[in-house]
Design a protein around this ligand. Sequence first.
Ligand code: SF4
Ligand code: SF4
Length: 266
Amino acid sequence: MILDVIERSLRQPSRLIPVEALLGNCDGSRMPDVVVDHLTPDIARKLSEVCPTMAFGIEAQEGRDCLRLSYGRCIGCGRCMEAGQGCVIAAKHFHWCGVTKAQTVRFWDIDGRAEITPHAPNPQDTRGQIPSLLQRALNIRQLDAGSCNGCEAEITALTNPYYDLERFGIHFVASPKHADMLLVTGPVTRNMADAVRATYEAVPAPKLVVAVGACGCSGGIFAGSHAIVGAVDAVIPVDGYIPGCPPTPSMLASGVLEVLRRRLAR
Ligand code: SF4
Ligand code: SF4
């Protein structure tokens, strides 16, 4: 009986998602995108007012008034999409994962109606190098520095039979001493700051640190709270940022590979 089941399952085509599809577009990110043709000074002001985390704001760049969108602060609440009068839509493609902090921020010239982001990442960089990135094993230690566990739920999904990150040689390990990368979630609470530093020290060099979620990238909805020290980079050096609240498994996988790609490119 059990042999029949095994035989039947072996005859089934694989339902695992290919890594290229996994990183294809980061569906379901809930991150906003700006339709620049609809951008006006009034809408820019309104977006800055409704955004609860100040992800949207107005900032001068090269002497011009610009609409700023910081993905590291965005919690995907959708208020900007409701208030934006068609100027803000849900991003169809999201490739701001695993990038530097500067690269998580986009700018649009309000009067000129054009994007003038100075450090935009190239989404093809990681995808073009997937085979070489996956030639070696990568051990990840996940560290909760004060998260609500929403990010952990998505990280856990990376090991389920659909995403199955283990098939690419990417493993989660129990001890920081066995890790190459720290994946840190949550804003760093005052109670956890020493533990975060100690965990970082325990990871052998060369080590990589990835800040996960709006909380890890910027403090998210907890920014400014007396109970937190701040984002992850307020306590330890960070190599890459993965926005989202929480980031989807695709965003997490994409971010981990992008951080790895940038390290190997150095
Ligand atoms: S989705 Fe919410 S947090 Fe993100 S930019 Fe829009 S209003 Fe701000
Ligand atoms: S980013 Fe969102 S899901 Fe992740 S820990 Fe913070 S509040 Fe929770």
